[in-house]
Write a protein that binds this ligand. Structure first.
Ligand code: ATP
Ligand code: MG
Length: 472
Protein backbone atom coordinates (compact mmCIF):
# COMPACT_ATOMS: atom_id res chain seq x y z
CA UNK A 1 0.00 0.00 0.00
CA UNK A 2 1.21 3.48 -0.74
CA UNK A 3 0.35 6.18 1.73
CA UNK A 4 0.28 9.67 0.34
CA UNK A 5 -0.04 12.62 2.63
CA UNK A 6 -3.10 14.62 1.61
CA UNK A 7 -1.58 17.02 -0.82
CA UNK A 8 -3.90 18.30 -3.48
CA UNK A 9 -1.54 19.98 -5.89
CA UNK A 10 1.58 17.88 -5.81
CA UNK A 11 1.41 14.43 -7.25
CA UNK A 12 5.16 14.04 -6.99
CA UNK A 13 5.09 14.49 -3.27
CA UNK A 14 7.26 12.06 -1.32
CA UNK A 15 5.44 8.81 -0.58
CA UNK A 16 6.21 5.77 1.51
CA UNK A 17 6.57 2.59 -0.44
CA UNK A 18 5.25 -0.64 1.03
CA UNK A 19 8.69 -1.84 2.07
CA UNK A 20 9.32 1.36 4.04
CA UNK A 21 6.22 0.93 6.19
CA UNK A 22 6.62 0.12 9.83
CA UNK A 23 5.64 -3.30 11.00
CA UNK A 24 2.88 -3.46 13.59
CA UNK A 25 5.29 -4.53 16.32
CA UNK A 26 7.69 -1.68 15.71
CA UNK A 27 6.59 0.68 18.45
CA UNK A 28 9.44 3.06 17.83
CA UNK A 29 7.54 4.43 14.83
CA UNK A 30 5.34 7.29 15.82
CA UNK A 31 2.15 8.07 13.96
CA UNK A 32 3.88 10.95 12.21
CA UNK A 33 6.66 8.72 10.99
CA UNK A 34 4.10 6.27 9.67
CA UNK A 35 2.33 8.97 7.70
CA UNK A 36 5.63 10.25 6.40
CA UNK A 37 9.10 9.94 7.83
CA UNK A 38 9.64 13.70 7.66
CA UNK A 39 6.30 15.51 7.88
CA UNK A 40 5.50 16.33 11.50
CA UNK A 41 2.31 14.65 12.69
CA UNK A 42 0.54 17.82 13.79
CA UNK A 43 1.01 19.34 10.36
CA UNK A 44 -0.69 16.31 8.81
CA UNK A 45 -3.65 16.63 11.15
CA UNK A 46 -3.82 20.36 10.50
CA UNK A 47 -4.03 19.82 6.78
CA UNK A 48 -6.77 17.20 7.09
CA UNK A 49 -8.75 19.50 9.38
CA UNK A 50 -8.39 22.59 7.25
CA UNK A 51 -8.88 20.77 3.99
CA UNK A 52 -12.20 19.42 5.21
CA UNK A 53 -13.13 22.90 6.33
CA UNK A 54 -12.02 24.38 3.04
CA UNK A 55 -14.20 21.93 1.16
CA UNK A 56 -17.32 23.26 2.84
CA UNK A 57 -16.11 26.82 2.55
CA UNK A 58 -15.37 26.30 -1.10
CA UNK A 59 -18.73 27.47 -2.32
CA UNK A 60 -18.31 30.76 -0.45
CA UNK A 61 -14.78 31.50 -1.69
CA UNK A 62 -15.27 30.34 -5.26
CA UNK A 63 -14.29 33.74 -6.63
CA UNK A 64 -11.02 33.90 -4.75
CA UNK A 65 -8.09 31.60 -4.26
CA UNK A 66 -5.62 31.14 -1.47
CA UNK A 67 -2.07 32.31 -1.98
CA UNK A 68 0.79 32.09 0.53
CA UNK A 69 4.38 33.19 0.93
CA UNK A 70 7.18 31.74 3.03
CA UNK A 71 10.09 34.01 3.94
CA UNK A 72 12.93 31.89 5.28
CA UNK A 73 15.05 34.45 7.09
CA UNK A 74 18.15 33.96 9.25
CA UNK A 75 16.29 34.72 12.47
CA UNK A 76 12.59 34.25 11.64
CA UNK A 77 10.51 32.13 9.27
CA UNK A 78 7.43 34.08 8.28
CA UNK A 79 4.36 32.79 6.48
CA UNK A 80 1.72 35.12 5.09
CA UNK A 81 -1.58 33.83 3.65
CA UNK A 82 -3.98 35.85 1.60
CA UNK A 83 -6.88 35.51 -0.75
CA UNK A 84 -6.60 36.73 -4.29
CA UNK A 85 -9.80 38.02 -5.82
CA UNK A 86 -10.60 37.40 -9.44
CA UNK A 87 -10.73 41.06 -10.37
CA UNK A 88 -7.69 42.43 -8.55
CA UNK A 89 -3.99 41.70 -8.22
CA UNK A 90 -3.93 42.93 -4.62
CA UNK A 91 -3.83 40.13 -2.04
CA UNK A 92 -6.13 40.32 0.96
CA UNK A 93 -4.11 39.09 3.93
CA UNK A 94 -5.98 36.73 6.26
CA UNK A 95 -3.24 35.06 8.28
CA UNK A 96 0.41 35.23 9.34
CA UNK A 97 2.73 32.83 11.12
CA UNK A 98 6.17 33.50 12.56
CA UNK A 99 8.68 31.27 14.27
CA UNK A 100 12.42 31.42 15.08
CA UNK A 101 14.58 30.00 12.28
CA UNK A 102 15.70 26.85 14.10
CA UNK A 103 17.95 24.66 11.95
CA UNK A 104 19.24 27.50 9.78
CA UNK A 105 22.31 29.72 9.91
CA UNK A 106 22.53 32.86 7.74
CA UNK A 107 19.70 31.47 5.60
CA UNK A 108 21.36 28.08 4.95
CA UNK A 109 20.16 24.77 6.38
CA UNK A 110 22.41 23.31 9.09
CA UNK A 111 19.89 20.83 10.56
CA UNK A 112 17.26 19.34 8.23
CA UNK A 113 14.84 17.98 10.87
CA UNK A 114 14.88 21.21 12.88
CA UNK A 115 14.37 23.31 9.75
CA UNK A 116 11.36 21.19 8.69
CA UNK A 117 9.85 21.62 12.16
CA UNK A 118 10.39 25.38 12.14
CA UNK A 119 8.80 25.71 8.68
CA UNK A 120 5.85 23.54 9.77
CA UNK A 121 5.25 25.64 12.89
CA UNK A 122 5.22 28.85 10.88
CA UNK A 123 2.82 27.33 8.31
CA UNK A 124 0.51 26.02 11.04
CA UNK A 125 0.36 29.39 12.83
CA UNK A 126 -0.68 31.05 9.59
CA UNK A 127 -3.21 28.30 8.77
CA UNK A 128 -4.73 28.62 12.22
CA UNK A 129 -5.17 32.38 11.89
CA UNK A 130 -6.48 32.13 8.32
CA UNK A 131 -8.69 29.09 8.90
CA UNK A 132 -7.50 27.79 5.53
CA UNK A 133 -4.97 25.11 4.57
CA UNK A 134 -1.74 26.11 2.87
CA UNK A 135 -0.86 23.70 0.09
CA UNK A 136 1.66 25.74 -1.86
CA UNK A 137 3.85 28.75 -1.22
CA UNK A 138 5.91 31.38 -2.98
CA UNK A 139 9.26 30.76 -1.36
CA UNK A 140 11.75 33.51 -0.55
CA UNK A 141 15.40 32.50 -0.37
CA UNK A 142 18.09 34.83 0.95
CA UNK A 143 21.58 34.64 2.33
CA UNK A 144 25.05 35.70 1.29
CA UNK A 145 25.20 33.02 -1.45
CA UNK A 146 22.74 35.11 -3.50
CA UNK A 147 24.54 37.09 -6.21
CA UNK A 148 23.47 39.20 -9.15
CA UNK A 149 24.96 40.04 -12.54
CA UNK A 150 23.88 42.13 -15.51
CA UNK A 151 23.67 40.55 -18.94
CA UNK A 152 22.56 41.29 -22.53
CA UNK A 153 20.68 39.20 -25.08
CA UNK A 154 19.95 39.83 -28.78
CA UNK A 155 17.64 38.03 -31.24
CA UNK A 156 16.12 38.55 -34.70
CA UNK A 157 12.35 39.00 -34.50
CA UNK A 158 10.74 35.86 -35.90
CA UNK A 159 7.17 36.78 -36.83
CA UNK A 160 5.79 37.78 -40.18
CA UNK A 161 5.41 41.55 -40.32
CA UNK A 162 8.14 41.76 -37.64
CA UNK A 163 5.65 42.32 -34.85
CA UNK A 164 7.30 41.39 -31.55
CA UNK A 165 5.46 38.63 -29.72
CA UNK A 166 5.71 37.21 -26.20
CA UNK A 167 7.67 34.32 -27.72
CA UNK A 168 10.31 36.79 -28.92
CA UNK A 169 10.55 38.26 -25.42
CA UNK A 170 11.00 34.74 -23.99
CA UNK A 171 13.69 34.01 -26.57
CA UNK A 172 15.62 37.22 -25.95
CA UNK A 173 15.52 36.60 -22.18
CA UNK A 174 16.81 33.09 -22.83
CA UNK A 175 19.62 34.57 -24.93
CA UNK A 176 20.51 36.87 -22.00
CA UNK A 177 20.87 33.80 -19.78
CA UNK A 178 23.62 32.44 -22.00
CA UNK A 179 26.29 33.92 -19.74
CA UNK A 180 28.88 31.82 -18.04
CA UNK A 181 27.42 30.91 -14.68
CA UNK A 182 29.38 28.43 -12.56
CA UNK A 183 27.89 24.91 -12.49
CA UNK A 184 27.15 25.15 -8.76
CA UNK A 185 24.91 28.24 -9.26
CA UNK A 186 21.29 28.36 -10.36
CA UNK A 187 19.47 31.29 -11.93
CA UNK A 188 16.65 32.26 -9.59
CA UNK A 189 15.33 35.24 -11.48
CA UNK A 190 15.97 37.12 -14.67
CA UNK A 191 14.56 40.62 -14.71
CA UNK A 192 14.41 42.60 -17.95
CA UNK A 193 15.75 46.09 -17.18
CA UNK A 194 15.06 47.54 -20.61
CA UNK A 195 14.65 46.46 -24.23
CA UNK A 196 16.04 47.95 -27.43
CA UNK A 197 13.96 47.51 -30.61
CA UNK A 198 16.27 48.17 -33.57
CA UNK A 199 17.74 51.58 -32.66
CA UNK A 200 15.08 52.56 -30.11
CA UNK A 201 16.49 52.23 -26.61
CA UNK A 202 14.69 52.28 -23.25
CA UNK A 203 11.62 50.24 -24.32
CA UNK A 204 9.85 48.82 -21.27
CA UNK A 205 7.55 46.28 -22.91
CA UNK A 206 8.19 45.53 -26.59
CA UNK A 207 5.28 43.12 -27.31
CA UNK A 208 3.19 44.49 -30.22
CA UNK A 209 5.97 46.80 -31.47
CA UNK A 210 7.48 46.32 -34.91
CA UNK A 211 11.19 45.71 -35.40
CA UNK A 212 13.82 43.38 -36.80
CA UNK A 213 16.25 43.16 -33.92
CA UNK A 214 15.29 42.82 -30.25
CA UNK A 215 17.83 43.37 -27.51
CA UNK A 216 17.42 43.12 -23.74
CA UNK A 217 19.47 44.31 -20.80
CA UNK A 218 18.69 41.96 -17.96
CA UNK A 219 19.50 41.56 -14.29
CA UNK A 220 20.16 37.94 -13.30
CA UNK A 221 19.99 36.75 -9.70
CA UNK A 222 21.66 33.43 -8.89
CA UNK A 223 22.09 31.28 -5.80
CA UNK A 224 24.20 28.28 -4.82
CA UNK A 225 22.54 25.03 -5.93
CA UNK A 226 23.18 23.03 -2.72
CA UNK A 227 21.84 25.83 -0.49
CA UNK A 228 18.69 26.18 -2.63
CA UNK A 229 18.14 22.41 -2.87
CA UNK A 230 18.40 21.98 0.90
CA UNK A 231 15.78 24.64 1.53
CA UNK A 232 13.51 23.27 -1.23
CA UNK A 233 13.76 19.81 0.29
CA UNK A 234 12.83 21.06 3.77
CA UNK A 235 9.84 23.03 2.43
CA UNK A 236 8.54 20.04 0.46
CA UNK A 237 8.99 17.79 3.45
CA UNK A 238 7.06 20.24 5.61
CA UNK A 239 4.17 19.35 3.29
CA UNK A 240 3.76 22.24 0.85
CA UNK A 241 4.49 22.65 -2.83
CA UNK A 242 6.63 25.48 -4.11
CA UNK A 243 4.87 27.75 -6.60
CA UNK A 244 8.05 29.65 -7.34
CA UNK A 245 11.32 30.71 -5.72
CA UNK A 246 11.99 34.42 -5.42
CA UNK A 247 15.23 35.88 -4.02
CA UNK A 248 14.32 37.81 -0.86
CA UNK A 249 16.56 40.65 -2.04
CA UNK A 250 13.92 41.42 -4.69
CA UNK A 251 10.84 40.95 -2.53
CA UNK A 252 10.73 43.68 0.14
CA UNK A 253 10.62 46.45 -2.48
CA UNK A 254 7.30 45.09 -3.84
CA UNK A 255 5.69 45.80 -0.47
CA UNK A 256 7.18 49.20 0.33
CA UNK A 257 7.66 51.10 -2.93
CA UNK A 258 5.20 53.03 -5.03
CA UNK A 259 5.47 53.18 -8.82
CA UNK A 260 6.52 56.81 -8.52
CA UNK A 261 9.43 56.03 -6.20
CA UNK A 262 10.64 53.35 -8.63
CA UNK A 263 10.46 55.87 -11.46
CA UNK A 264 12.32 58.59 -9.53
CA UNK A 265 15.17 56.37 -8.38
CA UNK A 266 15.23 54.79 -4.93
CA UNK A 267 17.19 52.25 -2.88
CA UNK A 268 15.63 49.71 -0.52
CA UNK A 269 17.87 48.48 2.30
CA UNK A 270 16.49 45.40 4.03
CA UNK A 271 18.52 45.00 7.23
CA UNK A 272 17.69 41.55 8.56
CA UNK A 273 19.57 39.35 10.96
CA UNK A 274 22.18 37.56 8.85
CA UNK A 275 22.60 40.21 6.20
CA UNK A 276 21.48 43.34 4.41
CA UNK A 277 19.89 43.28 0.95
CA UNK A 278 20.14 46.31 -1.25
CA UNK A 279 17.96 46.92 -4.31
CA UNK A 280 18.11 50.01 -6.47
CA UNK A 281 15.31 51.07 -8.83
CA UNK A 282 15.29 53.69 -11.52
CA UNK A 283 12.92 54.49 -14.39
CA UNK A 284 10.50 51.92 -13.02
CA UNK A 285 12.87 48.98 -13.15
CA UNK A 286 15.54 47.17 -11.12
CA UNK A 287 18.95 48.74 -11.65
CA UNK A 288 21.03 46.79 -9.17
CA UNK A 289 20.75 44.32 -6.30
CA UNK A 290 23.34 43.13 -3.79
CA UNK A 291 23.48 41.14 -0.57
CA UNK A 292 25.92 42.22 2.16
CA UNK A 293 26.83 39.77 4.92
CA UNK A 294 26.30 42.17 7.85
CA UNK A 295 22.99 42.54 9.73
CA UNK A 296 21.42 42.61 13.18
CA UNK A 297 23.19 39.42 14.23
CA UNK A 298 26.58 41.10 13.79
CA UNK A 299 25.37 43.94 16.04
CA UNK A 300 24.34 41.43 18.72
CA UNK A 301 27.66 39.58 18.47
CA UNK A 302 29.60 42.85 18.86
CA UNK A 303 27.59 43.71 21.99
CA UNK A 304 28.23 40.25 23.45
CA UNK A 305 31.97 40.59 22.85
CA UNK A 306 32.24 44.29 23.79
CA UNK A 307 30.21 44.01 27.01
CA UNK A 308 31.18 40.40 27.86
CA UNK A 309 27.65 39.02 27.91
CA UNK A 310 26.01 35.91 26.49
CA UNK A 311 24.46 36.20 22.98
CA UNK A 312 20.93 35.90 24.41
CA UNK A 313 21.55 38.70 26.91
CA UNK A 314 23.14 40.86 24.21
CA UNK A 315 20.06 40.37 21.96
CA UNK A 316 17.69 41.25 24.82
CA UNK A 317 19.49 44.42 25.91
CA UNK A 318 19.99 45.49 22.29
CA UNK A 319 16.23 45.38 21.66
CA UNK A 320 15.25 46.81 25.07
CA UNK A 321 17.86 49.57 25.56
CA UNK A 322 19.72 49.87 22.24
CA UNK A 323 20.26 53.06 20.26
CA UNK A 324 22.41 54.32 17.38
CA UNK A 325 22.90 57.72 19.06
CA UNK A 326 25.39 57.47 21.97
CA UNK A 327 25.56 61.29 22.06
CA UNK A 328 22.03 61.34 23.54
CA UNK A 329 22.90 59.02 26.44
CA UNK A 330 24.30 60.09 29.79
CA UNK A 331 27.75 58.62 30.69
CA UNK A 332 26.43 57.36 34.03
CA UNK A 333 23.43 55.38 32.70
CA UNK A 334 23.86 51.63 33.23
CA UNK A 335 21.93 48.42 32.49
CA UNK A 336 21.68 45.84 35.26
CA UNK A 337 22.03 42.53 33.37
CA UNK A 338 20.55 40.50 36.23
CA UNK A 339 17.17 42.04 35.31
CA UNK A 340 17.17 40.36 31.89
CA UNK A 341 19.44 37.35 32.39
CA UNK A 342 20.03 34.42 34.72
CA UNK A 343 23.62 34.01 33.55
CA UNK A 344 24.90 37.59 33.48
CA UNK A 345 24.74 39.74 36.58
CA UNK A 346 27.11 42.69 36.06
CA UNK A 347 26.18 46.22 35.05
CA UNK A 348 27.10 47.65 31.65
CA UNK A 349 27.25 51.19 30.29
CA UNK A 350 24.27 52.10 28.10
CA UNK A 351 26.36 54.68 26.26
CA UNK A 352 29.11 52.17 25.53
CA UNK A 353 26.49 49.77 24.07
CA UNK A 354 25.15 52.58 21.86
CA UNK A 355 28.72 53.26 20.62
CA UNK A 356 29.09 49.60 19.66
CA UNK A 357 25.70 49.62 17.88
CA UNK A 358 26.46 52.87 16.09
CA UNK A 359 29.77 51.51 14.76
CA UNK A 360 28.11 48.43 13.19
CA UNK A 361 25.15 50.31 11.71
CA UNK A 362 27.60 52.87 10.33
CA UNK A 363 29.53 50.01 8.69
CA UNK A 364 26.31 48.69 7.10
CA UNK A 365 25.52 52.12 5.63
CA UNK A 366 29.11 52.54 4.40
CA UNK A 367 28.84 49.16 2.61
CA UNK A 368 25.57 50.36 1.04
CA UNK A 369 27.23 53.63 0.01
CA UNK A 370 30.06 51.69 -1.67
CA UNK A 371 27.49 49.57 -3.54
CA UNK A 372 25.74 52.75 -4.76
CA UNK A 373 29.10 54.22 -5.79
CA UNK A 374 29.73 51.12 -7.96
CA UNK A 375 26.69 52.04 -10.06
CA UNK A 376 27.36 55.82 -9.84
CA UNK A 377 24.30 56.51 -7.67
CA UNK A 378 26.00 57.50 -4.39
CA UNK A 379 23.88 60.38 -3.04
CA UNK A 380 22.09 60.51 -6.39
CA UNK A 381 18.69 58.87 -5.89
CA UNK A 382 15.84 61.40 -5.61
CA UNK A 383 13.48 58.83 -4.05
CA UNK A 384 16.02 58.33 -1.25
CA UNK A 385 16.46 55.32 1.00
CA UNK A 386 13.67 53.06 2.25
CA UNK A 387 14.67 50.96 5.24
CA UNK A 388 13.03 47.59 5.92
CA UNK A 389 13.86 44.50 8.01
CA UNK A 390 13.69 43.97 11.76
CA UNK A 391 16.99 45.72 12.51
CA UNK A 392 15.77 49.12 11.26
CA UNK A 393 13.62 49.37 14.38
CA UNK A 394 16.74 50.43 16.30
CA UNK A 395 16.23 54.03 17.55
CA UNK A 396 18.39 56.51 15.65
CA UNK A 397 18.74 54.34 12.50
CA UNK A 398 17.05 56.90 10.25
CA UNK A 399 19.35 59.76 11.33
CA UNK A 400 22.50 57.65 11.01
CA UNK A 401 21.45 56.41 7.53
CA UNK A 402 20.64 59.97 6.40
CA UNK A 403 24.03 61.31 7.57
CA UNK A 404 26.04 58.42 6.12
CA UNK A 405 24.25 58.01 2.79
CA UNK A 406 23.49 61.67 2.26
CA UNK A 407 19.99 60.90 1.02
CA UNK A 408 16.45 61.28 2.41
CA UNK A 409 15.55 58.23 4.51
CA UNK A 410 12.29 56.69 5.70
CA UNK A 411 11.12 53.40 7.21
CA UNK A 412 9.28 51.15 4.74
CA UNK A 413 6.11 49.84 6.32
CA UNK A 414 4.44 47.19 4.15
CA UNK A 415 1.65 48.44 1.92
CA UNK A 416 0.10 47.45 -1.45
CA UNK A 417 -2.18 44.84 0.21
CA UNK A 418 -5.65 44.62 1.76
CA UNK A 419 -6.68 43.02 5.04
CA UNK A 420 -6.34 43.98 8.66
CA UNK A 421 -3.72 41.94 10.47
CA UNK A 422 -2.06 44.32 13.01
CA UNK A 423 1.12 42.27 13.33
CA UNK A 424 2.26 43.03 9.79
CA UNK A 425 2.42 46.79 10.21
CA UNK A 426 6.11 46.20 10.79
CA UNK A 427 9.15 46.69 8.49
CA UNK A 428 10.25 43.13 9.39
CA UNK A 429 7.26 41.82 7.38
CA UNK A 430 8.15 43.69 4.19
CA UNK A 431 9.86 40.67 2.59
CA UNK A 432 7.09 38.14 3.36
CA UNK A 433 4.42 40.53 2.10
CA UNK A 434 6.54 41.45 -0.91
CA UNK A 435 6.77 37.76 -1.79
CA UNK A 436 2.99 37.49 -1.59
CA UNK A 437 2.54 40.53 -3.84
CA UNK A 438 5.10 39.13 -6.27
CA UNK A 439 3.21 35.83 -6.26
CA UNK A 440 -0.12 37.58 -6.87
CA UNK A 441 1.31 39.26 -9.94
CA UNK A 442 2.72 36.02 -11.28
CA UNK A 443 -0.62 34.30 -10.77
CA UNK A 444 -2.70 36.94 -12.48
CA UNK A 445 -0.34 38.31 -15.09
CA UNK A 446 1.76 35.55 -16.51
CA UNK A 447 -0.59 32.64 -16.36
CA UNK A 448 -3.97 34.29 -16.43
CA UNK A 449 -6.23 34.02 -13.42
CA UNK A 450 -6.97 30.44 -12.54
CA UNK A 451 -8.30 28.66 -9.50
CA UNK A 452 -5.47 26.20 -9.18
CA UNK A 453 -6.29 24.94 -5.71
CA UNK A 454 -10.05 25.37 -5.63
CA UNK A 455 -11.46 24.08 -8.91
CA UNK A 456 -14.59 22.07 -8.14
CA UNK A 457 -13.30 18.96 -9.90
CA UNK A 458 -10.01 19.27 -8.11
CA UNK A 459 -11.79 19.77 -4.82
CA UNK A 460 -13.62 16.46 -5.19
CA UNK A 461 -10.39 14.85 -6.32
CA UNK A 462 -8.71 16.16 -3.18
CA UNK A 463 -11.37 14.73 -0.91
CA UNK A 464 -11.16 11.41 -2.75
CA UNK A 465 -7.36 11.31 -2.39
CA UNK A 466 -7.64 12.29 1.24
CA UNK A 467 -10.20 9.57 1.97
CA UNK A 468 -8.05 7.03 0.10
CA UNK A 469 -4.99 8.01 2.08
CA UNK A 470 -6.66 7.13 5.37
CA UNK A 471 -7.36 3.49 4.54
CA UNK A 472 -4.87 0.75 3.82
N1 ATP B 1 13.17 46.53 18.11
C1 ATP B 1 14.33 46.18 17.55
N2 ATP B 1 15.41 46.97 17.64
C2 ATP B 1 16.58 46.62 17.07
N3 ATP B 1 16.79 45.50 16.39
C3 ATP B 1 15.74 44.67 16.25
C4 ATP B 1 14.47 44.95 16.81
N4 ATP B 1 13.63 43.94 16.51
C5 ATP B 1 14.35 43.06 15.79
N5 ATP B 1 15.62 43.49 15.64
C6 ATP B 1 16.70 42.79 14.93
O1 ATP B 1 16.30 42.51 13.63
C7 ATP B 1 16.92 41.30 13.16
C8 ATP B 1 15.86 40.41 12.57
O2 ATP B 1 15.29 41.06 11.47
P1 ATP B 1 14.43 40.23 10.41
O3 ATP B 1 13.35 39.56 11.10
O4 ATP B 1 14.11 41.18 9.32
O5 ATP B 1 15.55 39.18 9.95
P2 ATP B 1 15.42 37.89 9.04
O6 ATP B 1 14.48 38.17 7.93
O7 ATP B 1 15.11 36.72 9.90
O8 ATP B 1 16.92 37.74 8.55
P3 ATP B 1 17.55 37.87 7.09
O9 ATP B 1 16.67 38.78 6.28
O10 ATP B 1 18.92 38.43 7.32
O11 ATP B 1 17.61 36.49 6.56
C9 ATP B 1 17.57 40.65 14.38
O12 ATP B 1 18.97 40.81 14.30
C10 ATP B 1 17.00 41.44 15.55
O13 ATP B 1 17.95 41.58 16.60
MG1 MG C 1 14.65 38.94 6.00
Amino acid sequence: MIIRRFHPTNHDHPTISSDEQPSSDDFSHTFSQWISPKIPCNRYIFTIYFSGKAFFKHFKVAKSRIIASLDIGSSKIRTVVGTLEEKTQTPNIIGVGVTPSGGLRKGSVIDVEETINSISTSLEDAERMAGEPINHVFLGIGGSHIESINSKGVIAVSHAGNEISEDDVDRVLEAAQAVSIPGNRRILRIIPKSFTVDEQKGVKYPVGMTGIRLEVEAHIVTGLVPAIKNIEKCVLQAGVDIDDIIPTSLAASEAVLSKRQKELGVVVLDIGSGGTSLSVFEEGTTLHTAVMPVGGESVTNDIAIGLRTSIDTAEKIKIEYGSCIPEDINDRETIDLSLVSKIDSHKVSKKHMAEIIQARYHEIFILAKDELAKIHRDGMLPGGVILTGGAVKMPGTIDLARETLNLPVQIGFPQNFDGVVDKIDDPAYATAIGLLIWGSRLETRSYGFHFKGFGLKKMFGQVKDWAKSLFP
